[in-house]
Write a protein that binds this ligand. Sequence first.
Ligand code: HEM
Length: 303
Amino acid sequence: GIEQKESPQDLVNALHGTFGAHHARAVHTKGVMVVGTFVPAKDARSITKASVFEMGKLPVVARFSLFAGVPDIPDTANGAAPTGLAIKIKAKDGTEYDFATDQHNGFVVATSDEFANFLRLVGESGPGVAHPTPLETFLNTHPVSKHFVETLTSPASYATATFFGINSFKWTNAAGKSAFVRYRFVPRAGERYLRPEELKTMGPNYLQDEIVARIAKAPVEFDWYAQIAEDGDKIEDPSIAWPESRKLVKLGTFTFDRLPADKDVADKQTLFLPGTSHPGIDPADPMLTFRNHTYPISFGERQ
Ligand code: HEM
């Protein structure tokens, strides 16, 4: 495995150090919750024995969010991207299947230790700091991270972005055959992102307001796919995307059709744990296990 110097609490502290201390999510703080259903696709069972794919239609809660750990950040600000989509499927046996994904195919760095370092550099490179800032110096020697920040996009709507699971899982089917997979959630509405000059014309809550208005008129749908790794694809390095030529297996469809009855209660009480094991589904990237230890710390601090 990969050695970790920084603990989950260190990462929560690093997030607060960069974005500010408050009693809300340490990152992806500004968000909007939606409610709906999941319907599995039949091909899912060819690659996993997970029972969630045998239960028919199931209830789902989900949350769209901006990246930054800043509660009132404008949807148009630097730090809003990459936006996130977290989903929880509530299975009939009480099991919860959770995902927390974002808009960029590939993480900004490879490990949780590097993420702590990156967050501190962002914190040291705010307005008024002389150029090159510590962050600029880092980016000039780290092409993968530089590519990440230079290729961030702003969706026209939360319903028109593709969201990526980024970290790898090992899936095992009923015959005992395993494959490494990464998730993606593809909008039925089609992808659309804003040009910088379009983004400038948008209001500070444009994403949040638009998704609420859209769902009031018609359901918002995403298809869930597993991208299947081939030999040589990086399993433990989430900063390296797998080639687009890799096979995609459709796993099912999410339909978000309303808001939760009490949105503030739902937001506060919901914790997504994206690195949980289930029969047929095992985390294969140490960052997933790390995330499962980190999110509950932030959850505890925001109760
Ligand atoms: C070492 C790496 C990471 C750390 C330390 C980290 C940390 C956190 C923390 C502390 C939260 C707040 C949890 C809560 O209060 O409920 C959070 C939320 C979130 N993270 Fe991460 N994260 C990491 C990697 C990732 C990656 C790779 C993705 C995308 C694939 C991601 C997507 C999200 C999303 C979408 C949320 C919001 C969940 C919600 O709406 O409740 N994170 N993260």
